[in-house]
Ligand binder design. Structure first.
Ligand SMILES: O=C(O)c1cc(=O)[nH]c(=O)n1[C@@H]1O[C@H](COP(=O)(O)O)[C@@H](O)[C@H]1O
Length: 243
């Protein structure tokens, strides 16, 4: 495909339904396909990540795109610049809308070169939403979550990528740093009462939108629900109410 960048509505005009990205964290395409068939028109945007890709799911990106769905290819690239640039160029031909890379300056600059004039938008993963200050300290970082996300936001903007992955706990502060154009995409979303699992910086859908998130990434609260359609519709209603 490698389409040229399509004209897109300004951030404020994105519809509530298009702001919900459901993470298809399944072991194979059959399971992911069953979930997308079940969700039908309730969901317009899906994330295909490592579990599904390593289970043979990379071609599912094109299948979803052919169905008119938007696709977030979550591969969190991080390697030497030559490898990241060339891998990004290959991924740009799959038909996805977003690709994640870790928010290291070399990596982000290489991904920006690799996507070239394609429609693919690059999102820099700042600090995983499963991390808190103690986890960063354990990994050897002197700064805490807030300062590390802020540093990476500045570097992401300088690298010329399109958006950030961060917790909705940080979106208000980061919008002031990155300006109006960059996309703020927030995983770690938990409707009130939902199990946190391994997420440490979790925010409800309505609060995330109130905090200025553009897109919400939601996996288990939808895909492990007894009624995934009902949960997806409720999240979209929460988004609409908060906009
Ligand atoms: O890049 C991501 O999508 C991501 C970054 C991050 O910091 N935290 C995070 O949870 N994610 C992804 O977002 C999804 C969250 O899934 P649930 O915790 O099941 O809602 C998973 O597919 C994660 O891989």
């Amino acid at each position: 495909m490698n389409a040229q960048t399509p004209s897109r509505p300004p951030r404020a005009a994105i519809s509530p339904r298009d702001r919900l990205i459901v993470a298809l964290d399944f072991p194979d395409v059959a399971a992911a396909r069953a979930m997308t068939a079940r969700l039908g028109d309730a969901v317009s945007f899906y994330k295909v990540g490592m579990e599904l890709v390593y289970g043979g799911g990379l071609p599912f990106v094109g299948e979803l795109a052919d169905q008119g769905k938007q696709v977030f290819v979550d591969l969190k690239l991080h390697d030497i610049p030559n490898t990241v640039e060339k891998a990004t160029a290959r991924i740009a031909s799959l038909g996805g809308r977003f690709l994640t890379v870790h928010a290291y300056p070399q990596t982000m600059r290489a991904a920006a070169r690799g996507r070239g004039a394609s429609a693919l938008q690059i999102l820099g993963v700042t600090v995983m939403t499963s991390y808190d200050d103690a986890d960063l300290a354990e990994a050897g970082y002197a700064a805490g979550v807030r300062d590390t996300v802020a540093r990476r936001a500045v570097q992401a903007r300088a690298a010329g990528i399109d958006g950030l992955i961060l917790s909705a706990e940080e979106t208000l502060a980061m919008r002031a740093i990155v300006g109006d154009d960059m996309l703020l995409v927030t995983p770690g979303i938990r409707p009130a009462g939902a199990a946190l699992g391994d997420q440490k910086r979790a925010v409800t859908p309505g609060q995330a939108i109130a905090n200025g998130a553009d897109y919400l990434v939601v996996g288990r609260p939808v895909t492990e629900a007894a009624d995934p359609v009902a949960v997806a519709r409720t999240i979209v209603q929460d988004i609409e109410a908060a906009l």
